[in-house]
Design a protein. Structure first.
Lengths: 136, 286
C-alpha cells in the first residue's frame, strides 16, 4: 500500500498528497500523522491537496477527523490548494469541512499558521538549527 | 400514364424542358415575391435549383426527398433559406418561391391534361411540398441556434469577476440567480481565486432583483465553496427590502459577513488585508 510522506519543517508538518487517496491510504495517513505530531511536538499541519482531483465524502470526513485529532494534540491543521472542481463537488455533497482551516496554497497556509499561532516555519529553520541542532 | 415501370409523366416533362420550366418557375416565383427581387436574380436562383433537381429526375420517377442524389439540392435550399432570411424575407416567402415550381409545371401540361397526368402531378406536387419544407426547417433551425448562442453569451456577459485590489476580487451579480447561473458564477469565481491568489472576495447583490430561500441557498453554496479553497467572502449590496425579506424568510447567513454597500465591504477587505486608504498630503480641493 502507498503511504503519504509527512515532512517536518520547523514546527510544521507538511503532508503533500500526490497520489490517488484511497480509503485505506487516507486512514493510514490519519494514524501516521497523529503519531508524528506526538513524536515531533509539531504545532501546525499543512495538508496540500492541490494534486487531488477527486475528494469524496469519506475523504472529506478524514480531513475533518485529521483536523479534530490534531486539535486535540494542540496542532492547527490547514488544508491548502483545493481545486475549484473539488470545492464545488464537496459543496454539492453538503460537506463544508467545518472546523478545518483552508488556504489557497502552501505559502498562504504557512503564513496563517505563522501569524495566528506564532509558529516557526521554513524561513526560521536556520534559527532553530542555531537554537537546538537536534530538532532541525 | 404510369406505363414503362413507375415513370411519372410530369417528371418527364420537367426534365426534358429546362428552359420553359425555368422561365415559368421564375415568373411565378417573382410574381409571388411581389417584385422585391429582380427577374434576373430570380431566374438565376431558380435555374440553379432546377439544375440541382434535374439529376435526381433522370430516371423519370418522383425521387425521395432524402435520396442521396438530392444532397446538393438540399444544401442549395438551405443556403437559399439562410440568404433570404438575412435579406429580411419571411420564411413563407422563401417557401413560396419553391412552391412556384408547381405552377410552372402545371402550365407545361397543356390545355386539358388527362386524369392520369393529374395523378402524376399530385405525386410530383407532394415532392415539391417536401422541398419547400426544407427551407422552412432550415430557417427554424438557424433561429434556434441564434437564440441558444445569445442565451449562452448573456450568461457569460452577466457574470464578470473583477479584481479590485491585489488579493481582493468582486463579483457584481445582476439579474436573477438560478442554479445554472450560480454554477457559472461559482466556477468563474473559484477559477479566478486560484489564478489571482486572492484572499478575499466580495459578492455584490445590488443588481439581484429578489432574494428568496433558493437564491440564498445558491449564495451560501458559493461562499462555502470559496471558503473550502481558503478565501473569505463578504456579501454586499443588500437593499433594505431584501434585508427584510431575508429576515422574514428566516434565512441565516451564519458567520458570513454581510454589508449594505459594496464600498463598506471593500473597506473591510482592505483593512483585513492590512491596507489603509488615506488622502494624499499635498492634495488640494479645487
Amino acid at each position: 500500500m502507498d503511504r503519504v510522506p509527512i515532512l517536518k519543517l520547523g514546527d510544521v508538518l507538511l503532508v503533500s498528497i500526490q497520489i490517488d487517496l484511497e480509503d485505506e491510504v487516507a486512514l493510514a495517513l490519519q494514524s501516521d500523522l497523529s503519531e508524528r505530531i506526538v513524536d515531533t511536538g509539531a504545532r501546525g499541519v499543512l495538508v496540500d491537496i492541490s494534486a487531488l482531483e477527486i475528494v469524496d465524502s469519506f475523504i472529506g470526513r478524514v480531513f475533518a477527523d485529521i483536523a479534530a485529532t490534531s486539535q486535540v494534540l494542540d496542532a492547527e491543521t490547514v488544508v491548502v490548494g483545493m481545486r475549484p472542481a473539488v470545492a464545488m463537488t464537496l459543496v454539492d455533497l453538503g460537506l463544508s469541512l467545518g472546523g478545518v482551516r483552508t488556504a489557497l496554497n502552501v505559502e498562504k497556509g504557512l503564513k496563517i499558521l505563522r501569524k495566528d499561532l506564532g509558529l516557526r516555519g521554513v524561513e526560521d529553520l536556520e534559527g532553530i538549527a542555531a537554537d537546538d541542532p537536534g530538532s532541525a | 400514364m404510369g406505363e414503362g415501370g413507375d415513370s411519372n409523366a410530369v417528371v418527364l416533362q420537367v426534365k426534358d424542358r429546362r428552359d420553359e420550366v425555368v422561365a415559368a418557375w421564375a415568373s411565378s416565383a417573382a410574381a409571388r415575391m411581389g417584385g422585391r427581387l429582380s427577374a434576373a436574380e430570380v431566374t438565376s436562383e431558380v435555374g440553379a435549383l432546377y439544375d440541382g433537381l434535374a439529376g435526381a429526375l433522370a430516371d423519370g420517377r418522383v425521387p425521395e426527398v432524402s435520396a442521396p442524389e438530392l444532397d446538393e439540392l438540399r444544401a442549395q435550399l438551405a443556403e437559399l433559406s439562410r440568404t433570404r432570411a438575412r435579406q429580411g424575407y419571411t420564411p413563407s416567402e422563401t417557401a413560396v418561391s419553391v412552391f412556384a415550381l408547381k405552377d410552372a409545371v402545371l402550365s407545361q401540361l397543356g390545355e386539358r391534361p388527362t386524369p392520369e397526368v393529374y395523378a402524376d402531378f399530385v405525386d410530383f406536387s407532394k415532392f415539391v411540398d417536401d422541398l419547400g419544407l426544407i427551407t422552412f426547417e432550415t430557417y427554424a433551425a438557424a433561429r434556434e441556434e441564434a437564440i441558444a448562442n445569445q442565451a449562452e453569451e448573456l450568461l457569460e456577459l452577466s457574470t464578470p469577476v473583477v479584481k479590485l485590489w491585489d488579493g481582493i476580487l468582486a463579483v457584481p451579480l445582476v439579474g436573477t440567480l438560478d442554479s445554472a447561473r450560480t454554477q457559472v458564477v461559482m466556477e468563474k469565481l473559484l477559477q479566478t481565486l486560484l489564478e489571482t491568489e486572492s484572499d478575499r472576495a466580495i459578492i455584490d447583490i445590488t443588481g439581484v432583483s429578489a432574494v428568496d430561500t433558493q437564491v440564498a441557498q445558491h449564495l451560501l453554496k458559493t461562499v462555502v465553496a470559496a471558503r473550502l479553497m481558503g478565501t473569505d467572502c463578504i456579501i454586499s449590496g443588500i437593499r433594505p427590502q431584501i434585508a427584510q425579506t431575508v429576515v422574514g424568510l428566516g434565512i441565516e447567513f451564519g458567520d458570513i459577513v454581510t454589508k449594505a454597500k459594496m464600498s463598506d465591504a471593500f473597506k473591510l477587505a482592505l483593512s483585513e488585508a492590512g491596507l489603509v486608504v488615506t488622502a494624499a498630503r499635498n492634495h488640494t480641493d479645487a
